[in-house]
Structures are given as structure tokens and as C-alpha cells.
Design a protein around this ligand. Structure first.
Ligand code: G6P
Length: 616
């Protein structure tokens, strides 16, 4: 987590850095800070607790001039979120300043050694320890700054993306990474450089971008070629990529929150996700990863899915679809558990990494482990060029565009769509699906975006309904089959942004515990759309109604039996059972959104959370 931005060139650095921080605020928003070398050569640092807007207030009236600077938005790990612990940190001499994303695991030991050498610390952070180590190394060995940074980074254990500047050399920025993301944007003729945790602060200024690899240092000197070396000072050849990011996707486009905008983008982004992959004329699904790795996929011993959060819920859907259509066994693991479980994995296994950001530390480590053990790594990622995408042997992007609201919405439907395409494409190659069934699903897939549009048209009605739940303290979400992961996802959405405790459960499992919680104060959301377990879920609903539970049911248009049983229903269009998650999740996203708004909460940046979790 944490977002870092840096700029060196001929423009005013401050507005570029602040705009970049706003775009990275999804990565953490406990505190923010900026350091600039002013026109008079003086280093000016401003910090504030909370959001970037507080930082702007704090810097108001101060000297914000200068063509070089670094900035940071923090998600606290070491040390409370207060001004003292906010970045950028300042070295003992007052010359060096640094921002850091990641965790230095041996900071405690290094701090003790530096204290003995007379260093003092102003913050509780591991980051300040790294900066003082760089200064110590530079002074002790009379080294240049690049050498001091390389040598210090070789001594630290953990993860880092850093940007460092020396106020005595106000034309150069230094940036390095290990296990935390970092990109450098290169301006026309090397006249300027942008450093950032992802491409969003760079978009709109230049479309030449270089993703720095682990244990590499980039030296960005305005007017000179970008120089990248390993920590052993071996030169690395730099290959800039074309940055293809639509800047208009980075603003709210007239919606009050990113989350609502992203919910409403789902029809369009799912069309993008299918474009070029669904060949209507021939009723074929083309995924290059399936074509290129046909033998490994078809002959796989089993598939293992590793992921976290919402992406883990999508993996549960992927498992059901792949097992149903391809008859290949699939295991689903939390990435954080998988990596420490001494997993039985090796050649013949295909490990899928599902990740919106492509930077989640646990997921990245899980695939690195599986790769070492000989598995084929298949990424299902949104962020193009991200660490997980690069670490994967093959994969399929979900192509839903930047997702900024911390609660994931369009990424979930994008991941579900990719799993559907993947299951169908593999099944077709394997001959494990009948042609009629394939064609029926194929034709229905093309109708899904339009059907989501009709659910979105009910947003106002769902807002009215949401008012009734503002005072609720607990919720149960129940579903079966493919709607079970949707129940988990609906519960997660609610707790993430409305802070209401919510649990998702397989509906039949409810009677083994959660039913004890049901009374007239307990809202129970049932996913009761038409699919093979519809009759069964009706019985589960009866059990709740009999105990006076307040049921809200998501049903298929025109449903009569459920209407006869419960008061509150939200209808979704009829679709095939295997595609029901793509529709039934949408009203749950809207419900969570409208409840959180009605409670006056910060929907896009809920407390304690961050969008990209780059610490384990
Ligand atoms: C965080 C986000 C979730 C997300 C999870 C996994 O917790 O708040 O929305 O599902 O990380 O992230 P990934 O980027 O790997 O999908």
C-alpha cells in the first residue's frame, strides 16, 4: 500500500505531485506529504494527517516552488498515522529526503546499530531507518548517493519502492524497488521524469513508461538518458513501453463516487472484456492463452486458484464453472494461506493468480512459490503491466479499466466473465461440452451487458429500499451453487463500506449455526434467482420466514413463489443458471453503496482499507 510520486524536469513539481497523490489515494489515506527543493535551493516539506486535501491545506501559503519533488500517501504499518510518521522523511543532515512503500523487516536491528553511531530518529517508521542508513553509508564510505542507496538496499530485508532526492543535486531523482510496484515515465527528450506507484499519475504527461524490476535502481537526471542498474551496479537495458491509459477513466465522470461510476460502467467494460474474444460469426471463443498453452491446460493434473478478497470470491465461481464444463479438478486457496502451507504443487499443475491490481503481495508471493516448484502460472489480472501480470507465464487480462473505488465491483464481474470465457474455451477444446449447450451460453453471453443495464435502471428504487437498513447492525447473505460466492461478495461489499457486520453463507448450511441469529431484527438477503437449486433455496427461505427474519430476495423477473413468501424483492432479468452471478451481484453492489451513502460514510475510501495491498 502507500502511493509514491516523484517529478524532476522543468515544470512546477507541486501540482503534478498533488494530482498524482489524488490518483494514488486509493492505496492509502492515513496521511500525506510532499518535499520540494525550492528555487532558492531550500528543501520544503509539508505533511498532514488524513487525506491529500488536508496536505493541500497544510501547504497553502508555504513555498511550493521547485522543479523537483517527491510525495507520498500513506497506509500505516510501522507507527501510528500521525504527522511525525508521515513521509517524506528527512535524513540527519537535512539534505536527503525519501518516500517509501513497503516494509523493512529488519528495521529494528538497523535502528539499534544506527543509534549506537549517534543517529536519532524523529519517527517510529521503518522507512526513516532506511533513509538514515543511506545517509550513514554515504558519509562513512564517502560514496556517491547511488552507491550508498544500492549498498543500503542490499542490507535490508523486506519490500520497498522508494524515491530519494538530495537537495544539493536538484536535478536528479533516485528510485528503486523490491516487491512493491514502481514505474518511471519519461518525458520528451528526457527533459523530465515522473516516478509513481502505478501509471495513473504519469498518464496525460507522457506515454513512455518503464516498469522497474525488483532490486533495480533508476537514476532519473533531467536531460540525460534514464539509467537503471542492479544493486551490484550492473547496467540494465531500459525498454520503455507505450502507456495506454484513458485519462478520462481516472475521473468520476459526473458520478458522486468512483464506486457508483464503476458499478454503472459494468455493461460497457464487459463488452470490452468480450470484444475480440467472442467471435459471433463463428460462435467461437478465442483466448490467446488457451491457444498458446492448449496442451498444458487440457492435460493439467488440476488447477489451483490463489487470490485474496473479492478476487477470491471470483475464483470460487471460476472453480464451479471449470469443474462443471471442463471436468478438471480445481482447488481455491487464499494466497496468504497457500504460500505458508508447504503446498503440494508442481509440474502438471496450473496455478491461476486472480488479482485486480496485479500487485497484491500475498498473491505475488504465492505464484512465485508455485513457479519455483514447476507449475504453469496463469494470471487473470486487470492492471496491465503489473507485477503479477509480468510474473505469470501466460494469462488473460480482464480489461475493465482502472478501478479506483476501494470496494471492488467491475473487477469482480470482469473476473467472472473471464472465467466463463475460459471455462467455455477449454471445454470446447476438450470436447467436454455439447455444441448446443455451448451455443446457447454463447448467445446469452452477448445479452448480459444489456441485462445489467436493466438492473442499473433500478438504482433509485434500491436507494429507497436502502433507507430501511441504515439502522441494521448485522446482515446475513445466503445463496447456493454459483450464487454462494455472490452471497460472500454481497456481504463483503456491505461490511467494507457501511461497517455493518455481514456474513455470507451457503443457504443450506445456515441451519448449522447462523439460523440461531435470525430474529425480526436480522435482515437476510437471499439470492433466489432461477437456477438448478431454486426449489431448494425456497425451502431455506421458508425456514427464515418462519423465524420472523426480514428477508430481501434477489429473484428472476416475474418470480411468483418468492413474492408470495417475502415482502421485499429486487428483480433481475432471466438468464442461464451458469451466468447468474454476472447479474445477481449487481443489486448487492447497489444495495451496499446506497446503505453506505445513507449512513453518510466515505464510500470510495472506507476506514482502515486500501485498494492495493502490497504488504503481507
Ligand atoms: C484489497 C481490496 C479488495 C481486493 C483485494 C485483493 O483488500 O480492498 O477490493 O479484492 O485487496 O486485491 P487484488 O488487487 O489482488 O484483486
Amino acid at each position: 500500500m502507500c502511493g509514491i510520486v516523484g517529478y524532476v524536469g522543468c515544470r512546477d513539481a507541486y501540482p503534478i505531485l498533488i494530482k498524482g497523490l489524488h490518483r494514488l489515494e486509493y492505496r492509502g489515506y492515513d496521511s500525506a506529504g510532499v518535499a520540494l527543493v525550492g528555487e532558492n535551493g531550500i528543501l520544503n516539506i509539508y505533511k498532514a494527517v488524513g487525506k491529500v486535501s488536508n496536505l493541500e491545506d497544510a501547504a497553502q501559503g508555504g513555498d511550493r516552488s521547485g522543479n523537483i519533488g517527491i510525495a507520498h500517501t500513506r497506509w500505516a504499518t510501522h507507527g501510528a498515522p500521525c504527522e511525525r510518521n508521515a513521509h517524506p522523511h528527512l535524513s540527519q543532515s537535512g539534505k536527503l529526503t525519501m518516500v517509501h512503500n513497503g516494509i523493512i523487516e529488519n528495521a529494528g536491528d538497523i535502528r539499534k546499530q544506527l543509534l549506537k553511531k549517534g543517529f536519532t530518529f524523529k519517527s517510529d517508521t521503518d522507512s526513516e531507518v532506511l533513509l538514515q542508513l543511506i545517509e550513514y553509508t554515504r558519509n562513512k564510505y564517502e560514496a556517491d548517493l547511488a552507491t550508498a542507496i544500492r549498498s543500503s538496499l542490499k542490507k535490508v530485508v523486506g519490500a520497498y519502492a522508494i524515491a530519494v532526492l538530495d537537495s544539493d543535486s536538484p536535478d536528479t531523482l533516485f528510485a528503486a524497488r523490491k516487491s512493491s510496484p514502481l514505474a518511471v515515465g519519461i518525458g520528451e527528450g528526457n527533459s523530465e521524469f515522473f516516478i509513481a506507484s502505478d501509471a495513473s499519475p504519469i498518464a496525460g504527461y507522457t506515454n513512455k513508461i518503464v516498469y522497474i524490476n525488483d532490486e533495480e535502481l533508476a537514476i532519473c537526471k533531467a536531460g540525460e538518458d534514464l539509467c537503471v542498474t542492479t544493486l551490484d551496479d550492473e547496467s540494465v537495458s531500459v525498454r520503455a513501453k507505450e502507456l495506454d491509459l484513458d485519462v478520462s477513466m481516472l475521473d468520476k465522470g459526473g458520478f458522486p463516487h468512483y464506486m457508483l461510476k464503476e458499478i454503472f460502467e459494468q455493461p460497457e467494460v464487459l463488452r470490452n472484456c468480450m470484444r475480440g474474444r467472442l467471435l459471433s460469426a463463428h460462435r467461437r471463443i478465442i483466448l490467446s492463452a488457451v491457444t498458446e498453452h492448449r496442451e498444458e491446460l487440457l492435460g493439467a493434473r488440476r488447477f489451483i486458484m490463489v487470490s485474496c478478497g473479492t478476487s477470491w470470491h471470483a475464483a470460487l465461481i471460476g472453480k464451479q464453472l471449470i469443474e462443471q464444463f471442463c471436468r478438471i479438478p480445481v482447488e481455491v486457496a487464499y494466497a496468504s494461506e497457500f504460500r505458508y502451507s508447504n503446498p503440494v504443487v508442481g509440474p502438471g499443475d496450473v496455478v491461476f493468480a486472480i488479482s485486480q491490481s496485479g500487485e497484491t503481495a500475498d498473491t505475488l508471493s504465492a505464484i512465485q512459490l508455485a513457479k519455483e516448484k514447476g507449475a504453469l502460472i496463469f494470471g487473470i489480472v486487470n492492471a496491465v503491466g503489473s507485477s503479477i501480470a509480468r510474473e505469470s507465464d501466460t494469462g488473460t487480462y480482464i480489461h475493465v479499466g482502472p478501478e479506483i473505488g476501494v470496494a471492488s465491483t467491475k473487477a469482480f464481474t470482469g473476473q467472472t466473465m473471464v472465467f466463463t470465457l475460459l471455462a467455455l474455451a477449454i471445454a470446447r477444446e476438450k470436447g467436454s461440452i455439447a455444441e448446443d449447450e455451448f451455443n446457447e451460453i454463447f448467445d446469452e453471453l452477448e445479452l448480459i451487458p444489456g441485462k445489467i443495464e436493466s438492473i442499473l435502471a433500478q438504482s433509485d428504487a434500491i436507494r429507497e429500499l436502502a433507507q430501511k437498513y441504515v439502522g441494521s447492525r448485522n446482515f446475513l447473505y445466503l445463496g447456493r451453487g454459483l450464487n454462494y460466492p455472490v452471497a460472500l461478495e454481497g456481504a463483503l461489499k456491505l461490511k467494507e463500506i457501511s461497517y455493518i457486520h455481514a456474513e455470507g453463507y451457503p443457504a443450506a448450511e445456515m441451519k448449522h449455526g447462523p439460523i440461531a441469529l435470525v430474529d425480526e431484527d436480522m435482515p437476510v438477503v437471499f439470492l433466489a434467482t432461477h437456477h438448478n437449486l431454486y426449489e431448494k433455496i425456497l425451502s431455506n427461505m421458508q425456514e427464515v420466514v418462519a423465524r420472523k427474519g426480514k428477508v430481501l430476495a434477489i429473484v428472476t423477473e416475474g418470480d411468483v413463489p418468492v413474492r408470495g413468501l417475502v415482502d421485499r424483492v429486487i428483480e433481475v432479468p432471466k438468464t442461464l443458471g451458469c451466468l447468474c452471478p454476472l447479474l445477481s451481484v449487481v443489486p448487492l453492489q447497489l444495495l451496499a453503496y446506497h446503505i453506505a451513502v445513507a449512513k453518510g460514510l466515505d464510500v470510495d475510501q472506507p476506514r482502515n482499507l486500501a485498494k492495493s495491498v502490497t504488504v503481507e
